[in-house]
Ligand binder design. Structure first.
Ligand code: HEC
Length: 155
């Protein structure tokens, strides 16, 4: 797949970035994304290029650049709880996305300290390792542009 050189480049860029996702196995994450996430999500960049999943999937928001993004800010009809969490300062990173993926409702209840909070994502990942792998896979998308911007800013 065309993703491999891109992934190698991003892996190098991520290695230099302290805030980036570590731990996860990108290849395992790619196959877990395929079997568990892409029925509802895809990854499409700002030019409309489909980087993961299928083009016309809109059950869940586009996950391009999701690691590092404020929660609930894509062009998507989110549930109120997720938008509220984003407005309260929730920015997705490896640490918070793992518990979100394991149990979105409980995560939003804890984050908002409101037991009525609800997620509209009715899916759970079964274990931490799978969640970490998927996050490592997703963290590739968006980082290329960021790395290029940084390089441009430095020159
Ligand atoms: C059955 C459909 C479905 C599946 C399967 C699913 N999601 Fe979701 N996902 C959603 C919906 C719907 C939302 C919006 C949730 C809300 O508004 O509360 C969402 C939201 C999210 C968000 C928050 C995005 C944002 O912009 O804040 C992330 C991250 C996410 N999903 C990741 C995943 C990953 C990774 C997988 C695979 C392990 C997955 N989802 C599987 C439907 C799904």
């Amino acid at each position: 797949m065309t993703m491999i050189p891109r992934a190698a480049f991003v892996a190098a860029a991520l290695a230099m970035s302290a805030s980036a996702a570590q731990a996860g196995d990108i290849e395992a994450g790619a196959s877990a994304f395929q079997s568990q996430c892409q029925n509802c999500h895809n990854v499409i960049d700002s030019e409309g290029e489909v980087l993961a999943g299928r083009p016309n999937v809109r059950t869940g928001p586009n996950l391009y650049g999701v690691v590092g993004r404020q929660a609930g800010t894509e062009d998507f009809r989110y549930g109120g709880s997720l938008v509220e969490a984003g407005e309260a300062g929730l920015v997705w990173d490896t640490e918070n996305m793992v518990p979100y993926l394991l149990d979105p409702n409980t995560f939003l209840r804890d984050t908002l300290d409101n037991r009525r909070a609800r997620s509209q994502m009715s899916f759970r990942v079964r274990d931490d390792a799978t969640a970490e792998n998927i996050i490592a896979f997703l963290a590739q998308f968006g980082a290329v542009e960021d790395a290029e911007e940084e390089a441009a800013a430095d020159s």
